[in-house]
Design a binder for this molecule. Structure first.
Ligand SMILES: NC(=O)c1ccc[n+]([C@@H]2O[C@H](COP(=O)([O-])OP(=O)(O)OC[C@H]3O[C@@H](n4cnc5c(N)ncnc54)[C@H](OP(=O)(O)O)[C@@H]3O)[C@@H](O)[C@H]2O)c1
Length: 224
């Protein structure tokens, strides 16, 4: 069966991905900042849990060392933070730098570290959980920190999708919907189950023709 490596698997959307791909019989590697405290993911039968803080290059390299040359069919970069919700006039530049580190540098550290593992697999897929709040075409003047981090992620992934296309990469960015997680809030309209089921169905069907796309969890194209 194929192998998927999921970042931020401790809760929310990442945990649901771990549940659903395990149920499908995939080999699931769940990466969490604090595996000892991530009971729901550790309780999933058959899952392999590893420690990973995407903010920290040494932590990414330690995971790379632990996994060695294993083939990874899908690298699923899900870990992310809001950083700061308020906007102009009260911008916190430390929070902004932290959000860039987690939401942009983290996924790109993972992509660079595991590109060979992905390229050695059958599927050769990298999936990035972005947000339509990163769409410049759909800008609203709020959440500067989060929006700009996801816009930067979109551009970095677009660059990589073009550069590595010749090696067979399929890299896709998703907006998961407004999902009822700790980040999205309890009253958000889309459940993790529905969001992840929609993205998983697309991941299973992706071909290289999908490389570089920015899609909603239910398959619509998002303007950049
Ligand atoms: N929920 C929404 O409505 C929504 C909408 C659009 C996009 N998204 C995106 O979807 C992704 C998942 O969000 P969510 O709603 O599931 O959020 P969540 O419930 O807050 O979960 C965030 C996950 O990311 C992990 N994480 C944060 N910083 C990390 C780091 N430095 N290293 C490793 N893991 C880290 C957290 O781990 P800990 O448990 O250790 O904190 C947790 O597993 C994010 O990229 C988010 O931007 C969410």
């Amino acid at each position: 069966m194929p192998t998927i490596l999921i970042t931020g698997a401790s809760r929310g959307i990442g945990l649901e991905f771990a549940n659903q791909f395990t149920a499908d019989g995939w080999t699931v590697i769940g990466a969490c900042r604090n595996p000892g405290e991530a009971e729901p993911v550790s309780a999933i039968g058959g899952i392999e849990v590893h420690e990973l803080d995407v903010d920290d290059g040494a932590s990414v390299m330690a995971l790379k060392q632990a996994l060695g040359d294993r083939r990874i069919d899908v690298l699923l970069n899900n870990a992310g933070i809001i950083g700061q919700r308020s906007g102009f006039g009260t911008l916190n530049y430390d929070a902004w730098a932290g959000a860039m580190n987690t939401n942009v540098f983290g996924p790109m550290r993972m992509a660079e570290a595991f590109a060979d593992n992905v390229m050695a697999s059958n599927r050769k897929q990298m999936v990035f959980i972005s947000s339509r709040m990163g769409s410049i075409a759909e800008t609203n003047p709020n959440a500067y920190v989060y929006r700009s981090s996801k816009t930067a992620l979109n551009m970095a992934v677009r660059c990589m999708s073009i550069e590595l296309a010749g090696r067979g990469l399929t890299a896709v960015l998703f907006h998961p919907g407004h999902v009822s997680t700790d980040m999205g809030g309890a009253s958000a309209p889309v459940t993790p189950l529905r969001s992840v089921a929609g993205m998983k169905q697309q991941i299973l069907g992706f071909t290289q023709a999908d490389n570089g796309r920015f899609l909603t969890f239910d398959g619509d194209e998002i303007p950049w």
